[in-house]
Design a protein around this ligand. Structure first.
Ligand code: ZN
Length: 364
């Protein structure tokens, strides 16, 4: 089993293309072609986590937070990040991170929070915008279905919980083949009319080149006519945070205790809306304070996330219940996601997996 195969399973689940522009997810140190001797799963690549991997002869660490985030200008061991990168290279340990891309997919960090809280009727809190492309391909009638299926197989046509979405309209194509052409239909130098079908699908921008290649591979024309339209639409399948509903309304005190228990908190920081019950709950793993207005706008009674500043909580007070469960506590389930994704794809790899979780923050 190569490192490429293991991290490939993670990327299939949470494509790197879904990461935020400021992020540094993906393979950070190492060589994809090397054999993986195991995988250590963690939230952060700490020096202790790296030592645990070295001691266990494990040459791949998969973390949620990228060890190199803001860039490195030198490697002289003057801080933990420099030492970790130096030691990882020295001991041939690959470092891989799935960060905001893991936050942004269905089944990712925020959806795990929904699982733990028992939320139903879930949707993405802040779907990404302007990342969808409409692909319109023109094919002779007898080949339209093959073209459609090829584009679906390459990842096009997904809208929310629906796959294989397309729209077709029949029409007439015209072309005049040049002297060097080998036309599929008609003759060189003669205007030809062909009954065609226009097949429209949408695809995330990261998949468009693959969709076009798959479409061209089954299309019979020498020169394939197709259009790519950038869309302003939201993409409901990808984005930060989630919102869902509790099975039944919970009295405020009970809800706060449920949150505290779910995220193993010794204590939680919170403000309340002043309303006595909670039913609709928004969540976001990690620093989600910028999504408070989104949570309010979608009618959530409560927002569970981390890293709220004093004034942000003040602003929310009386409008929406906000519970700060801690960054580590809200994201530690990322390890479970990695474990499930990898063992689902490679059941025999399981015995070599080591989970590693240490919160460096203490509460007194
Ligand atoms: Zn985080």
């Amino acid at each position: 089993m190569t490192i490429a195969q293991i991290v490939g399973a993670v990327e299939e689940f949470a494509p790197c293309a879904y990461q935020e522009s400021y992020d540094n997810a993906g393979l950070i140190v190492g060589n994809r072609q090397e054999e993986a001797t195991g995988a250590l799963l963690c939230l952060d690549v700490t020096e202790r986590a790296l030592q645990a991997a070295i001691d266990s002869h494990i040459n791949l660490i998969i973390s949620h937070h990228p060890v190199i985030f803001g860039g490195l200008k030198r490697l002289v061991g003057s801080n933990a990040v420099e030492r970790i990168v130096q030691q990882a290279i020295k001991h041939d340990v690959a470092l891989y991170a799935a960060h905001t891309n893991l936050d942004s997919v269905r089944g990712g960090v925020s959806e795990k929070m929904c699982d733990k809280l028992g939320l139903k009727n879930r949707s993405i809190l802040q779907p990404v915008k302007s990342q969808l492309v409409k692909v319109a391909a023109y094919a002779p009638l007898a080949h339209a279905e093959a073209v459609r299926q090829a584009m679906f197989a390459a990842g096009a046509g997904c809208i929310g919980q629906y796959g294989s979405c397309s729209f077709s309209v029949p029409g007439t194509g015209t072309f005049l083949a040049g002297e060097q052409a080998t036309p599929f239909a008609g003759k060189r130098g003669e205007l030809h009319r062909e009954a065609e079908e226009k097949v429209e699908v949408i695809a995330h921008e990261s998949k468009v080149s693959g969709v076009v290649a798959a479409m061209r591979a089954v299309h019979p024309y020498e020169e394939v006519a197709y259009d790519l339209y950038p869309l302003l639409n939201e993409y409901p399948s990808v984005g930060l945070g989630m919102v869902g509903e509790l099975e039944k309304s919970l009295e405020m005190g009970k809800f706060l205790h449920l949150v505290k228990q779910t995220f193993n908190n010794q204590s939680v920081k919170y403000v309340t809306s002043g309303r006595p019950e909670v039913r609709k709950v928004a969540v976001c793993g990690g620093s989600g304070s910028s999504l408070t207005d989104k949570a309010l706008a979608c009618g959530a009674d409560a927002f569970v996330s981390a890293d709220f500043k004093y004034h942000q909580l003040q602003e929310a007070d009386g409008r929406i219940t906000v519970v700060d469960v801690g960054h580590y506590e809200s994201e530690i389930f990322a390890i479970e996601i990695f474990y499930e994704v990898i063992t689902k794809k490679f059941p025999t790899f399981a015995p070599y997996l080591v989970k590693y979780a240490v919160n460096q923050i203490s509460y007194l």
